[in-house]
Every structure is written in structure tokens, then in C-alpha cells.
Design a protein around this ligand. Structure first.
Ligand code: ZN
Length: 186
């Protein structure tokens, strides 16, 4: 999806995972793609080729665990060092690897699961200083990568690319209308 919101390297996989929850343009009804992805391994591999998939299942406990991981990662967005993920990291058995492809320090989970592969990508991004640029739009919740020089982008997209609603443009219109109303009251 080329909407100018893609994250660099593996962080893009985390972004795609977080956007399995979205509020589409047309319906504006929150929509969760996780249950279907967990049921269909081929769809998972197509959508998240770099993330270890769970064994295919309809089990609500498995889906619930993944959606709680998604919630925790969303809660950690925008923070250079997200302390909220500590509890998850401490539960895992990791080993550190120096100088791997993921960055100067890579942490590898045993056994490798959806959670460990996503958390490893998050850690690589925290180390690389790119994690805080991943952000959720305050209006529609769409997760985008802020590649602007000053990292001050707030809305999902000013030009409403595919997948993004263009909340920036909507907010601009809203602000314009309220300025007009202030100028011409009644
Ligand atoms: Zn938005």
C-alpha cells in the first residue's frame, strides 16, 4: 500500500500488523482483520510475510492474545523508549545476538512466535531510533510512519492515500469552516 506512510525495513511489518485493526473510509465502522488472518495461513503469509504466524485456528483465546499484543504495541506508539512493553519482554526467554541483520543488538526469542518476532522488530526499531516515528492517527487510529524531518506529523494522511482516510484534510476543512463561522456568526 503506497500511501507515503510505510515504515523502513522490518518496522513496516509491525505497522501492517497494527493496522489489522482499522476504521475504513467508507463504513467508518471499526474492522478487525486478525480473526481471518489467524484462520488463513496463506492470507497471513501474504499480509505479514516477515512475521511468524500462529498455528491456524478459530480459538478465541489465540486471537484474544494477539489482539492484546496489538493493543500493547499501539499503546507504546510514539515513545522513543516504551516502558509499557517491559512486562512482555520479561516473560520471554531471549538471547542477545551482536551484529545481526536486525541491528547492532538483536534479541531472539525461543521459541519464535508471533509475539517474539514482532517484539524483536520493535526492539530493533527502538535501538535504531525509529520506533517513536510510528504513530496512530488521533482520529481514525490508522498507524503511519512519520518520515517528516521534525517528526511532527499528526494525522494519518493529508492527501488521503489508499487505506488512509485523510483526517488531516478533514481537520483542515473543519478548522476552516469554524473560522468562517467565527467570522460570520449567525
Ligand atoms: Zn486518520
Amino acid at each position: 500500500m503506497a500511501d507515503g506512510s510505510e515504515a523502513p525495513a522490518q518496522l513496516e511489518q509491525v505497522r501492517v500488523f497494527l493496522n489489522t485493526w482499522s476504521v475504513p473510509n467508507d463504513t467508518r465502522v471499526p474492522c478487525d482483520a486478525l480473526p481471518e488472518l489467524v484462520r488463513e495461513p496463506a492470507a497471513w503469509r501474504r499480509t505479514l510475510p516477515g512475521v511468524v504466524g500462529p498455528p491456524p485456528t478459530d480459538d478465541t483465546a489465540v486471537i484474544g492474545a494477539l489482539s492484546s499484543l496489538r493493543d500493547d504495541l499501539r499503546a507504546a506508539l510514539g515513545q522513543p523508549r516504551p516502558p509499557g512493553l517491559d512486562a512482555r519482554l520479561q516473560r520471554l526467554r531471549w538471547r542477545a545476538r551482536l551484529g545481526g541483520p536486525g541491528g547492532p543488538v538483536a534479541l531472539v526469542g525461543e521459541p519464535e512466535t508471533t509475539e517474539t518476532s514482532l517484539l524483536a522488530m520493535v526492539l530493533a526499531a527502538v535501538t535504531a531510533g525509529t520506533w517513536h516515528r510510528l504513530r496512530a492517527c488521533p482520529d481514525c487510529g490508522w498507524v503511519f510512519y512519520d518520515s517528516s524531518r521534525n517528526a511532527r506529523r499528526t494525522w494519518c494522511s493529508m492527501d488521503a492515500g489508499p487505506g488512509a482516510r485523510g483526517c488531516g484534510s478533514i481537520a483542515k476543512t473543519r478548522a476552516y469552516r469554524s473560522r468562517q463561522r467565527a467570522r460570520h456568526p449567525g
